[in-house]
Design a protein around this ligand. Structure first.
Ligand code: NDP
Length: 454
């Protein structure tokens, strides 16, 4: 064998797996066909967060006036933001490359495909390895409606040379909400259309309701039960005709309706690697595919499509295969954030999900943060704990409000450790913060299911 490990895909999962495996002494190669660091670094989490941060300044400038600052904001320079963001992305992408090189990993640039259980072909060359890891991530889905070719996909946001003035965002998931929020914050007129009655399906209902309220208060035209039926090109842009009978004019239409596993041209069939009906590579708990020498990690397995999950899986597999420390990554209590304005931070079970497992008590706080008692901004923070009645264990912690992602990261440690409501109660708060509400919540909302049973 030429290598102990050949990794296909230089994104979050692949890079971590390759680097740690090499650190354990394995002879490792990795192939990447597009950009080192993958979606997260190049066209995902990192540049998105920079855009959200840029967008947050609009509200901050408005709020500053209430605190006595005399400010004149003349506008926003999209090209300047793009240049600085692109430079940071390029720096990080190069850093990923250097990390791999520094660890002694052999790098291939190009498309790699499986030939058999131990062979990969790249650039006309065949390379053999004891183990192969597929970590090729996902790609955005394009709708199938008439005029779908006019849509921009999430990657395209980062290539736009100037800000679109009127935007339609299709979808009600993470990306749709974040794009609507950041484009609105940067001054675009934003219409978000979601096909169902309430967006962010799967998240806690109170969070979803509260976010819809906040996004509308920020000026987003948020429409539910509204699906785009067709998109037409007009003289100066596009017309989006939606199922709620409206036609919206726009300069840009973003289709953010989900992502699918990136498996095209990988030679999976040839090597005998099984895929699901949705095209995801099927893996067991150890991330092993139907071929014992081939593993798959991250979004290509379509489990919990989050960067930190992918990196954790990459690390765990490297430790398992070459570090003499077999371990698996739990997908329970994985915290996550939606970088809207204000953002969501959440960990554990939504109330609806928890209630299916047994009686729960719900602690809920909704309040105006201190800052906005001064600014007068109509923004309210929501904090919620879902507690298992029998054990007192906190099953879910949810927050919508400024700093929610930062706060939830800490709360997640408590949930992973199995903290109870009593543990939260005996923790002293940090005052004055919003976070302290998590340890002082006394308002219990009775479980609606139990109520109905009474
Ligand atoms: P999601 O799966 O989160 O959301 C897709 C959305 O599009 C849903 O609202 C879905 O509606 C809707 N949709 C699906 N198909 C259609 C269709 N044919 N027509 C109209 N609407 C449709 O995908 P995203 O693209 O937002 O994000 C992809 C993944 O990337 C996420 O799963 C997430 O894990 C990850 N991500 C994480 C981020 C973070 O951590 N902050 C940020 C961005 C992405 P319905 O619910 O009705 O099916």
């Amino acid at each position: 064998m030429d290598f102990d490990l050949f990794v296909i895909g230089g994104g979050s999962a692949g890079v971590r797996c390759a680097r740690i495996s090499a650190g354990h002494g394995a002879r490792v190669a990795i192939a990447e066909s597009r950009h080192w660091g993958g979606t997260c670094v190049n066209v995902g989490c990192v540049p998105k967060k920079i855009m959200v941060q840029a967008a947050e300044y609009r509200g901050a400038f408005e709020d500053a006036r209430a605190f006595g600052w005399d400010l004149e904001v003349r506008g926003h320079d999209w090209a300047k933001l793009k240049a600085r963001r692109d430079a940071e992305v390029a720096r990080l992408s190069t850093l990923y490359r250097h990390l791999l090189e520094g660890a002694g990993v052999t790098l291939f640039e190009g498309h790699a495909a499986l030939i058999d259980a131990h062979t990969v072909e790249i650039g006309g060359r065949r390379v053999t390895a004891r183990f192969i890891v597929i970590a090729t991530g996902g790609e955005p889905v394009r709708p199938t409606i008439p005029g779908a070719e006019h849509c921009l996909l999430s990657d395209d946001l980062f290539a736009l040379p100037e800000k679109p003035k009127r935007v339609v965002v299709l979808g009600g998931g993470y990306i749709a909400c974040e794009f609507a929020a950041l484009l609105n914050g940067l001054g675009a007129e934003v219409h978000q259309l979601y096909r169902g009655p309430l967006f962010l399906r799967g998240f806690d209902r109170d969070l979803r309701d509260a976010l819809a309220e906040e996004m509308r208060a920020e000026g987003i035209d948020l429409r539910f039960d509204a699906d785009a039926e067709r998109i037409e090109r007009t003289r100066d842009g596009f017309l989006v005709v939606s199922s709620d009978g409206r036609a919206i004019e726009a300069d840009a239409v973003f289709a953010t309706i989900g992502r699918r596993p990136n498996v095209a041209g990988l030679g999976l069939e040839r090597a005998g690697v099984q895929v699901s009906a949705k095209g995801a590579i099927v893996v067991d708990e150890a991330m092993r595919t139907s071929v014992p020498s081939i593993y798959a990690l991250g979004d290509v397995t379509d489990r919990l499509n989050l960067t930190p999950v992918a990196t954790a899986q990459g690390h765990a597999l490297a430790d398992t295969l070459f570090g003499g420390r077999p371990r698996r990554v739990s997908l329970e209590n994985v915290p996550t954030a939606i970088f809207t304005i204000p953002p969501i931070g959440t960990v554990g079970l939504a109330e609806e999900e928890a209630a299916k497992r047994g009686p729960v008590d719900v602690y809920l706080a909704r309040f105006r943060p201190l800052r906005h008692t001064i600014t007068g901004r109509q923004r309210r923070t929501l904090m919620k704990l879902v507690v298992e009645r029998a054990s007192g264990r906190v099953l879910g912690a949810h927050m919508l409000g400024e700093d929610a992602p930062e706060i939830i990261q800490g709360i997640a440690i408590a949930l992973v450790m199995g903290a109870t409501k009593a543990d939260f109660d005996r923790t002293i708060g940090v005052h004055p913060t919003a976070a302290e509400e998590f340890v002082t919540m006394r308002t219990r909302r009775p479980d609606p299911l139990a109520e109905a049973a009474d």
